[in-house]
Write a protein that binds this ligand. Sequence first.
Ligand code: ATP
Length: 243
Amino acid sequence: MTVTTTKGQDLTVEGLTVHYGGVCAVRNLSLAVPAGDAVGVIGANGAGKTSTLKAVMGLIPRTVGSLRFGSTDLSRVNARQMVRHGIGYVPEGRHVFAGLPVEKNLLLGAYARKWNADTRATLAEVYELFPVLGEMSGRLAGALSGGQQQMLAIGRALMSRPRLLLLDEPSMGLSPKLVEDILAVLQRLRAEGLSLLLVEQNAKLTFEATSRCLVVENGEVAMTGTSEQLRHDPQVRRIYLGL
Ligand code: ATP
């Protein structure tokens, strides 16, 4: 499976700030996802992880000093254009179209690109990555289990042939076994050369899926480091791994 189309590019975000009315949810946050790398953002409930991801994707109003994907300035680009620039988004809570068949859900993921023979080929690749989606292609998405819906949400994002995938808490509400399945999918996508920006409350999964991480507290970066360093940090172990 080769969901990536062209050589990857680095994502760099500098000075990202998000306000909801008078509430500052993200303050002057900077991060980078080197091409082909996987970077994690961990933090407690309400730390600002979802807001960070939505703001990068252009889904909510934000101010940003600099937002670049390779040499392209994306600081004024909306979510639909972000998809055209090769950035895919898997929302928190999956948000599949429950009343539509699995295959229709997947094809909607290709909306930002022109329909062509490539779309069929990409669909075949997604079915190869997630055989269960192929087996259930005619079933309504609402009839799928939580784990299958998460696979569908990832597959739908892959239909736009992204070079970078933003994932918001893909492990949410899933059993430990299904979290392992998600980890295997993320590792496979990474091995294919896709860059990943993974936002999670599940620090254990994030450390295994990524090479670098940011710890976000109250909308600000509290710590950064390699995932290996952070998983051994006493404070991180206590707060985020419950050890
Ligand atoms: P979770 O793990 O629960 O998804 P999070 O780390 O993703 O949390 P955010 O959802 O980004 O955190 O929320 C950051 C802060 O912004 C919180 O204080 C939250 O209450 C606030 N917030 C989020 N969305 C809104 C909104 N639409 N209107 C007002 N405040 C919001």
